[in-house]
Design a protein. Sequence first.
Length: 573
Amino acid sequence: MGFVLGWIVGFALGFGLIVGFARFQTTRSKRRCDLAEAIAGLARMSVQDSRKLLPDPYYPSWVVFSHRQKLSCMLNWMNQLLDKIWPYVDEAASEIIRNSVEPILEQYRPAILASLKFSKLTLGTVAPQFTGITVLESSQPKELVMEMELQWDGNPNIVLDIKTRVGVALPIQVKNIGFTGVFRLIFKPLVDEIPCFGAVCYSLREKRNLDFTLKVIGGDISAVPGVSTALEDTIRDAIEDSITWPVRKIVPIIPGDYSYLEVKAVGVLEVKLIEAKELTNKDVIGKSDPFAQIFVRPLRAKTKTSKVIDNDINPIWNEHFAFEVEDELTQHLTVRIYDDEGIQAAELIGCAQIPLCELEPGKIKDVWLKLVKDLHVQRDRKNRGQVHLELLYCPLSTDSIFSSTFDPDFRLTSLEKALKQVTEDVGDSSSTPPPPPPSYTKKDIIFRGVLSVTIMSAENLPATDLMGKSDPFVVLTMRKSEQKCKTRVLNDTLNPVWNQTFDFVVEDGLHELLIMEVYDHDTFGKDKMGRCLLTLTRCILEGEFTESLHIEGTKSGKLNMHLKWTSQTIIKE
């Protein structure tokens, strides 16, 4: 009996151990799978994903360089070296800064000030700290490019002597400077002579943070209205214009001519500010009065401002601007939309940015950019509206992209052209070459011509009638000349086919805008479904094309059309 009982207990105990071990193995296997999945997820996480998890104050700066080289030993050595030589750097750099920045401060001096100069300038006793270093791959031959992340919470002694237009003289001290940014160093050209490079170019590649306070020595700067804001803007503009990329300072190491390293314009960006939609309403009574500021480099002299559209959150500007481009690979186009507040400061509605490297030279790019509150910290998910732009980047080598679209002999009759051809054929046998044809720029040309618009069809129009149909027609308007045409009404259809052609005589094609509004016909009036806007730039460049445009105001409606441009381009006398 005892034997049987012992056998039963042993069997139960063994069975329990087997079951427990099996469950342990299953749990352990599941934990390993979960851990492997979590590790795989972390491996796929980008820098942008990590920024969503950690707030900026706790985000380590070295993570930005995680996909590059992190040379911690070199950073420690460089920081120790900089601490040792900082007193000498201070003495040398202070004089360089004074001589280079003071003329720029004078250039950007606000109208409220009569003079603006340094009276004291030392960088203090606290040296900057390098927090990251990167060696970049360069597409240019014989150069080495490095980027160094720098942080400085210094104690400089900077005093500006200003004199206002009303005769008040104030010594302004710049205090509590906090700076974080990335400096770019370019060693070029690389040579076979010690130290193996001819010159060093340095520039502030990215300004992440710049804080400072202004204080009147022995007084309060707020005692003179407007001086604080004007002076702060002047300092920021001076920094932007003197050292921020693509501007670079050149330090020759080996004697030679390095003028080719200086910043130069490499192209022109043509920007057409067309419209915006669904802008945030900033006014309590009525609607916002929006206007736009556009720039490639955020300098007052290089920033373009549009006109103000009163009481409209879906404004149409149709304005054209041109910007010099110094580096199409790193520069951006920035748009800021404001609500005009009259005598008060304008209130920011939203901003947007597009890298110039996304533009194909010589090709029109039509874009809708979503507006955000801040371009660097994009945590705001509020809908602030969108802005519609037409962009065309023209390298300087292809400046004739517009002038090549017209016949230089357009003024001649057929007989005159034939006589000219005979004259040229006879002249070919002589030794005197014919004079070169004159070159014209875009601003010397007026694009006059005939625009033929064929409204072919529409798709997926919204139902406006009780029977689930509509009676659509299209009204075409040239915004500048106010010419209007309209298609016939097609009854009971959401996919109408018109195939109607309209001709418009256009006096200035580059500044004209075609507006196509789709309506539903009713017995007692009409209901607007939506609209499409189209500039004539692409039509002028390409001559003829077919397009399908989304109808703004509808969910998925499209308008299909064909456009043809017959040029009668003239040159300004």
